[in-house]
Design a protein around this ligand. Structure first.
Ligand SMILES: [Zn+2]
Ligand SMILES: [Zn+2]
Length: 494
């Protein structure tokens, strides 16, 4: 690619377990900034110091010039003031990393942060940890709570090494203007905007030791009471609770004796290079919209579509935990190749919509409408949102969705697609529609696969097969994007 890269990404932890030294953690910086104080943002911190030490060790002492500057490897150009990899890694965490973004509070995304934080120094000010309020609430109440780990935050009389930065979901519209509206500063040179995505379901139980448990279990309670935000599990009511039943009213069971099911909230971070306006997206763990009780990926793709069409969105870091052998019932809130490609077809459809509206002549538009892709309902104007269409005619919509056409991707999608009344508002784009597009809708987009679950067997690494399956599905769906499995030692330039 002739274009100068806007981002450097180092994937410190490429996996979703079970090895504790390779769980999810990325470093991102703008190439317009030199390595300097606050020039790097960490996205998730399952692996942090251990990953930096491992990488530094690989290139030390040989790849360091007389001025102490790295000459090779992912940290090329970084000045190392100390001798050992360990001391330099500590310096890197204290000084160079400006903030830590957390996608969701699962241990494989925060364990490094917890264990590493004591090495921070109060003298340099608390390190910002930025995330959605529900995520920070969980970290505050269940991790840095003086029980599981000391309260190292600057709230509630803690040690003051971390400071929680609660992000506005969907972006804070008070900040920025034009294209960068809603974005807030992530670190020097980078802006960010965070959207919530769904990551499976969990049973919400009242902990037996809590007073609320006794109160509620000894009462005949209606669903109204269960909707109250005063959850026993969340001490901090000011910043939202980890479980947000208010967002998922349909998860409240009709029978109050059944456990309440909540959607596990995760995040997608848009990261924007301030100088070039180029962007990448880093997803936390997520489930397919087609199986979710609360499908929210579509919102991310809606925002991403115009950016891909404009060539400003260069890369997506997204999980693909398993290969296609996994049954939909055992996804546990994750993606596998067939589902990831199904998600990317939704993005591709958005890109094609943008292209059509930009390039089509009035006659073309009319023809396209007659030949529209979604749900094969010819004659429906493209401008009508899927939600509106469904609301007006849900039964026939379902029938149409399952109707397969030559080259249609429907056959590849989960068998139960469209059967769950809660997944009604999920579209299956007809990929045949853009089979002859030149370029294909996602051409130029790099998709980096993270969070692969390691199998720890003698066989080939699980990523080999995942990559093959992704490429096969993507070819069939005429996507045009490239898939990569990041190697920590090889920096990614996008
Ligand atoms: Zn995870
Ligand atoms: Zn997770």
């Amino acid at each position: 690619m002739a274009e100068k890269p806007a981002f450097q990404v180092i994937v410190l932890g490429p996996n979703g377990g079970p090895r504790e030294d390779r769980v999810t953690g990325l470093l991102v910086r703008s190439t317009s900034m030199n390595w300097s104080a606050g020039s790097v943002v960490a996205v998730d911190a399952g692996t942090l110091l251990a990953g930096i030490i491992r990488l530094l060790k690989r290139f030390l002492p040989d790849s360091k010039d007389d001025n102490g500057v790295m000459t090779e490897g992912p940290f090329k150009g970084l000045e190392l003031p100390f001798e050992t990899a360990e001391a330099n890694a500590a310096h890197f965490f204290r000084e160079i990393i400006g903030a830590v973004l957390i996608t969701h509070p699962h241990l494989d995304h925060i364990s490094g942060l917890a264990i590493n934080t004591p090495i921070l120094e109060a003298g340099s000010g608390p390190k910002p940890v930025a995330a959605l309020p529900s995520v920070l609430s969980a970290i505050k109440n269940h991790l840095f709570n003086d029980i599981i780990w000391p309260n190292l935050s600057d709230e509630d009389g803690g040690a003051g090494l971390l400071t929680y930065q609660r992000l506005v979901e969907g972006g804070n519209s008070r900040f920025g203007s034009g294209e960068s509206r809603g974005y807030v500063r992530a670190c020097n040179g980078l802006l960010t905007k965070c959207l919530a995505v769904s990551h499976g379901r969990c049973k919400q139980r009242y902990p037996p030791e809590s007073a609320a448990h006794h109160r509620i279990s000894s009462t005949m309670f209606g669903s109204d009471q269960l909707m109250l935000p005063s959850r026993a599990i969340s001490v901090d009511h000011t910043d939202g609770s980890f479980y947000s039943p208010a967002r998922s009213p349909r998860l409240i069971p009709a029978n109050p004796k059944e456990p309440i099911m909540s959607t596990v909230e995760s995040s997608a971070f848009f990261l924007r290079d301030h100088r070039t306006s180029k962007e990448i997206i880093v997803f936390g763990d997520l489930e397919p919209d087609t199986v979710s009780f609360e499908p929210r990926n579509k919102r991310v793709w809606e925002i991403a579509g115009p950016k891909v069409a404009a060539g400003t969105l260069r890369g997506v870091f997204i999980e693909c935990s398993y290969n296609d052998d996994v049954d939909d019932a055992y996804l546990y809130g994750h993606l596998c190749p067939r589902h990831l490609v199904a998600e990317l077809t939704v993005l591709a459809a958005k890109v094609m919509e943008v292209r059509d509206s930009e390039s089509a002549t009035p006659t073309d538009r009319k023809r396209k409408r007659m030949n529209t892709s979604f749900g094969a309902d010819a004659g429906t104007p493209e401008q009508v949102s899927p939600r509106t269409k469904r609301a007006s005619n849900p039964t026939s919509e379902k029938g149409q969705k399952l109707e397969s056409q030559p080259g249609d991707y429907v056959g590849e999608l989960p068998e139960n697609f469209g059967e769950d009344p809660d997944s009604k508002d999920v579209e299956v784009p007809n990929t045949a529609r853009w089979a002859d597009a030149d370029p294909l809708p996602l051409t130029g987009l790099s998709v980096y696969i993270i969070h692969i679950k390691e199998t720890l067997t003698d066989g080939p690494p699980p990523g080999d097969r995942i990559l093959r399956e992704l490429q096969a599905h993507a070819r069939e769906a005429h996507l045009g994007c490239d898939f990569f499995i990041p190697n920590p030692t090889e920096p990614i330039w996008i």
